[in-house]
Write a protein that binds this ligand. Structure first.
Ligand code: FAD
Length: 435
């Protein structure tokens, strides 16, 4: 059924699909540059559990340059200084963020919903920004005349807008550019006939929370605990611990059948100071299964359409840098798109430029995640916990080494920086090159 066209689109309007870190930050940056942008988010709010809560020094520095960091950090959060591996042969502190030469020499752990709500509020004050929640995109509008040939020889049209549903109402929204930021299961990607190639994640994670108590170690920040067959990720946060329990990919049926007792036992063995409350994990209903994925789309654009964030490349939770990569995509995309949208044309060269900017970094991050996944899977098959080589334990005792590792995590490889064109005073709608 054809949808009702919405009110005529503002010229040059960008439609961003998905209000995760990538989509929300990009929409904010476009609106701040005086460009009209509509953000469509399927859910009514930004509440989401277990999707990562980490804001790295790079992210905080960019928010600072936009004048947002101090206000964001007034909201409740925990400042993580260390990244540690706990193994049967002892604890290895791989990264010390305290040695990063930044005003923000820590990783801020803040519920993702709080961060997204904050950005949405800031964006709402900008005249070009429009947010529609409960708006689920279910179709692309394509211009059959603006046809190009895909590698497979099929014709594909230029994307000129989206169809979306709110409740039972269908809508159409024309756009100069559609940005798919709708995450790892991207509907827009599928509608556009683009596929993500999986690189073979070998682990799934079962998440749950346990309460944080006043006498818990205050330096338990971002920790991985390696035991036989499983590992635990422990993430600090205001009032609670998030616990991720690893299992072999596809192994959930066996874990469900065994129930919570083996999980409680593993937590109590690995993290003895949590033993007093593992009983609060009452049954499997209190856990959430998250299927880990590492995958990438070969081409992140089509005429009129750009994929960013997990929609273009799924980052696994290993390393906790999915939000960092999503925010970096938003900045790199804004750097390319703002001048092009202001000039009135977003050609495929602009979209391809974004992929060229970002793909080498994403490849590097994903390759390292795949290597880690393989090591964990091999150790699991041997029935032994991961035991990092002796030289690593020796090396990471050197403060400068911990500092270098933290810097690598803090910024990721080849980070983009907000271009000066995005940093001026907040632009009014119409303050563009085409007037
Ligand atoms: C288990 C798990 C743990 C993780 N832990 C961490 C961590 O500790 N640290 C970290 O940095 N990263 C972590 N990540 C990775 C991180 O969550 C992602 O890389 C990051 O959220 C990607 O951001 P995004 O904006 O691209 O997509 P998403 O955050 O997935 O946002 C996509 C948005 O699109 C919306 N949407 C989807 N379909 C539609 C549609 N049809 N119409 C409209 N809207 C739609 C969704 O509702 C969602 O709001 C984790 C991921 C997983 C799975």
């Amino acid at each position: 059924m054809a949808g009702m066209p919405d009110a005529p689109s503002a010229p040059g309007r960008t439609v961003v699909v998905g209000g995760g870190p990538a989509g929300m930050l990009l929409a904010y940056l476009l609106a701040r540059a005086g460009l009209p942008v509509t953000l469509l988010e399927r859910h009514q709010d930004f509440d989401r559990e277990f999707r990562g809560d980490s804001l790295h020094p790079w992210t905080l520095e960019q928010l600072d340059r936009l004048g947002l960091a101090d206000r964001l950090l007034e909201l409740p959060h925990v400042r993580a200084r260390w990244f540690r591996f706990h193994t049967p042969r002892g604890t290895i502190t791989t990264s010390d963020y305290g040695r990063v030469d930044s005003r923000f020499n820590f990783v801020a752990l803040m519920p993702q919903a709080r961060f997204l709500d904050f950005l949405a509020r800031e964006a709402a004050a900008l005249p070009g920004f429009e947010l529609r929640t409960g708006a689920s995109v279910n179709g692309l509008i394509e211009d059959p005349d603006g046809v190009e040939r895909s590698a497979g020889g099929t014709s594909i049209g230029t994307v000129t807008g989206v169809r979306y549903r709110v409740g039972s109402d269908e809508h159409e929204l024309p756009a100069e550019l559609v940005v798919a930021a709708d995450g790892r299961f991207s509907k827009v990607r599928r509608l556009a006939g683009m596929t993500a190639e999986s690189m073979g994640a070998q682990t799934d994670l079962l998440w749950f929370t346990l309460p944080r108590r006043d006498d818990d170690p205050d330096d338990g920040d971002v920790d991985l605990y390696f035991g036989d067959h499983h590992y635990l990720g422990l993430l600090s946060g205001p009032g609670r611990w998030q616990v991720g329990y690893s299992l072999p990919k596809g192994g959930i049926a066996a874990v469900r059948e065994a129930g919570v007792e083996p999980i409680r036992r593993f937590v109590a063995e690995q993290v003895p100071w949590l033993a007093d409350r593992v009983g609060l994990l009452e049954d499997m209903n209190a856990t959430t299964l998250l299927s880990v994925d590492i995958s990438r789309v070969a081409r992140w654009h089509r005429p009129g359409l750009l994929l960013i964030g997990d929609a273009a490349h799924v980052i696994s939770p290993v390393g906790g840098n999915g939000i960092l990569m999503a925010c970096q995509d938003a900045v790199a995309a804004a750097n390319r798109l703002v001048p092009a949208l202001r000039a009135g044309t977003v050609g495929e060269d602009v979209l391809a430029g974004f992929q060229l900017d970002r793909e080498p970094t994403i490849r590097q991050v994903q390759d390292s995640q795949v290597r880690t996944e393989r090591k964990v899977a091999a150790a699991r098959e041997r029935g032994r916990p991961i035991t990092p080589p002796a030289f690593l334990r020796w090396l990471t005792r050197i403060p400068a080494v911990r500092g270098r590792s933290a810097r690598r995590n803090a910024y990721g490889p080849n980070p983009p920086w907000l271009s000066p064109a995005l940093l001026g005073p907040v632009a009014r709608i119409g303050d563009t090159d085409r007037g």
